[in-house]
Design a protein around this ligand. Structure first.
Ligand code: NAD
Length: 260
């Protein structure tokens, strides 16, 4: 149902972002992916998206900490695939440390990638959406846009901020056929989660098994990880006509985490 539409997904060389890209391509969208990784692996994913969609797919190496590169990515998307009709701000990193030991450069990087990059992408993409009278903005927030956990100050601040920014943009574009929403997953098994296990072990003095059970899945009443494919299915729903009245919402998919 997305034939003729163009989607731009930041942080989509891995994890949830790649699942979004595949789900959008499977519905016929031309997709621009973005993120870091090995060139050959990224090219395989890009070509796979074209095979899936029957439309063009492109890759941008833009660094989400760099506003000029973000603006250039949106312009390149417009030039090669068409102005983005669907934007998914998904790039994100995590760092786990108590506030008094939190490295300054990690604070700056998390705020830049997890929050400010969404501002820069939306700022560049909204005019094209307004001109078409149609657009879908989906921002990957997190259960941490609603609740906190210790040792995640930068991440929790950025995700709460992303929720506020998304609501604001939703109000601004409400009469232009554009919706803006957050999807807030609980723990999804991706490299982002895998990579924080050693630091959490150190910060809390726990074994790997204790972190998995007492920190990660302890938060989720279902005791199951959310899957990237489930998150992508919700994004697809938000792109459809049935979801045109859903805007400014923060949709949880967290196994009951934030109900507790
Ligand atoms: P991931 O590490 O698998 O993917 C992150 C993506 O962002 C990768 O493609 C990476 O290359 C890209 N990226 C990182 N820094 C970048 C930069 N400076 N410029 C451009 N791209 C950059 O992680 P994921 O778990 O799939 O996370 C995706 C999003 O989902 C993040 O915003 C994360 O906060 C959010 N999220 C994840 C979980 C989870 O449990 N995995 C839960 C809630 C929210």
């Amino acid at each position: 149902f997305l034939q003729g539409k163009t989607a731009l997904v930041t942080g989509s060389t891995s994890g949830i972002g790649l699942a979004y890209a595949k789900a959008l391509a499977a519905e016929g969208a031309a997709v621009m992916i973005n993120g870091f990784g090995e060139a050959a692996a990224i090219e395989t994913e890009r070509a796979g998206l074209e095979a899936l969609s029957g439309a063009k797919a492109a890759y941008s190496a833009a660094d989400m900490t760099k506003p000029d590169q973000i603006a250039a990515m949106v312009a390149e998307c417009a030039a090669t695939l068409g102005g983005p009709d669907i934007v998914i701000n998904n790039a994100g990193i995590q760092y786990v440390a108590p506030i008094d030991e939190f490295p300054l450069e990690k604070w700056d990087a998390i705020l830049a990638i997890n929050l400010s990059s969404a501002f820069h992408v939306m700022r560049a993409a909204v005019p094209g959406m307004k001109a078409k009278g149609w657009g879908r903005i989906i921002n990957t927030a997190s259960a941490h846009s609603l609740v906190a956990s210790p040792n995640k100050g930068a991440y929790v601040a950025a995700k709460h901020g992303l929720n506020g920014l998304t609501k604001t943009v939703a109000l601004e574009v409400a009469e232009h056929g554009i919706t803006a929403n957050c999807i807030s997953p609980g723990y999804v098994w991706t490299p982002l989660v895998e990579n924080q296990i050693p630091d959490t072990m150190k910060a809390r003095g726990m074994t790997r098994e204790q972190v998995m059970e007492d920190v990660l899945l302890a938060a989720q009443p279902t005791k199951e990880f959310v899957t990237a494919e489930q998150v992508a299915a919700l994004a697809l729903f938000l792109c459809g006509d049935a979801a045109k009245a859903i805007t400014g919402a923060n949709l949880s998919m967290d196994g009951g985490w934030t109900a507790a």
